[in-house]
Write a protein that binds this ligand. Structure first.
Ligand SMILES: Nc1ncnc2c1ncn2[C@@H]1O[C@H](COP(=O)(O)OP(=O)(O)O)[C@@H](O)[C@H]1O
Ligand SMILES: [Mg+2]
Length: 326
């Protein structure tokens, strides 16, 4: 569906891109990661080469993709972006690698989704910059070594545990865990975004949005925009009261939890007597994908201490029970 050019909604993708930091100084928090990555980049630049391959992991929306962009920008390298799901066959990977411009940053998002076969093909490319291509079939088949242009792989994943050991060991430039953000950092991110969006956001509004952002920059930005919309539609200025009213309408509570989170907690309490419940059983009861349960819902519930993971499954904590009663 196309929108008329003067429809403000047609600007939304532009605004989204505008909120993504394009300079290191605008990338809030994660100090140690920034420092380490920048050293690897600066050293490589001094040598006139490319840095070793880098892996970022952590929950969705905490800035992994943004870091990949920053790495490419700092190196003044082209960025080729793809994902583990998109590279299905050996030919897909070969096509990507052989078509890279020299000194490209190759970003593979959700890299844990690469199949075993593709991983194996990737190893020589990562280690010594060549690809083993098999020509022909049967007894006359032979392997040809194809030299690749220099590149740096930046991988990102929400599931480090699903990455094979051999693949993990290929990230000589470092493996970095991005974690949830503290309130100070979240407030900085929201303040910056509000400024970019031309909003006059008082401190208590920023505070209130930060508290409901699941410690996640992407959620913070999305919530800020939804509250902005609410304020525009009702022609009322941004205030803490308005933010609370808007969030109530959105079904987001003081902790940033939504009806999906509450459904999860209630299911754990009622159908599984507070646990332990296996993730598969929970997922099927909730008609959800176990992957989503494990990597989207649970990390924040764990952080809040509402659930615990044990060997036998998920357990609702006392805090979790108290939350459901409140
Ligand atoms: N450290 C940060 N500082 C400022 N904004 C951030 C930061 N991390 C993420 N963001 C914002 O959150 C959005 C989502 O980040 P993204 O890099 O896409 O997360 P991920 O790839 O980990 O899912 C970005 O577009 C950006 O606007
Ligand atoms: Mg991403």
């Amino acid at each position: 569906m196309s929108r008329p050019a003067d429809d403000p909604a047609s600007l939304l993708p532009v605004l989204d891109a505008a909120l993504r930091p394009s300079k290191w100084d605008d990338y809030v928090g994660q100090k140690q990661i920034k420092a380490n990555v920048r050293i690897a980049i600066d050293a490589a630049k001094k040598r006139g080469g490319m840095p070793e391959h880098i892996l970022f992991y952590g929950p969705p929306g905490v800035g992994k993709t943004t870091l990949a962009y920053l790495v490419a920008a700092t190196l003044e390298s082209p960025l080729k972006s793809t994902s583990g799901v998109a590279i299905e066959r050996a030919g897909d990977l070969a096509a990507i690698l052989t078509n890279l411009e020299p000194n490209t940053v190759l970003f593979i998002d959700e890299i844990h989704r690469l199949s075993h076969k593709i991983e194996e093909l990737l190893y020589p490319a990562l280690e010594s910059g060549h690809l083993d291509i098999i020509l022909g079939k049967g007894p006359s088949a032979r392997t040809v070594e194809l030299a690749l242009p220099p590149f740096t792989l930046v991988g990102a994943t929400t599931r480090i545990a699903s990455l094979s050991g051999p693949l993990r060991s290929r990230f000589g430039g470092g493996t970095y865990q991005l974690d949830f953000y503290g309130d100070d950092d979240l407030r900085d991110i929201i303040r910056r975004s509000a400024e970019l969006l031309g909003l006059d956001a008082p401190a208590d509004v920023i505070e209130s949005i930060a508290a409901r952002s699941r410690a996640t920059p992407r959620v913070a930005n999305a919530l800020l925009k939804r509250v902005r919309d609410f304020s525009e539609v009702h022609e009322r200025p941004l205030s803490a009261a308005l933010t609370e009213e808007a969030c109530k309408l959105f079904g987001i509570d003081e902790l940033g939890l939504t009806k999906d989170d509450r459904r999860y907690l209630e299911m754990l309490l009622t159908s599984f007597h507070g646990g332990p419940a296996g993730v598969r059983a929970l997922a099927s009861a909730l008609h959800e994908d176990p992957d989503t349960i494990e990597n989207v819902y649970e990390p924040y519930l764990l952080r809040l201490g509402l659930i615990e993971r044990s060997l036998r499954g998920r357990i609702l904590t006392d805090k979790g029970r108290a939350y459901l009663q409140s």
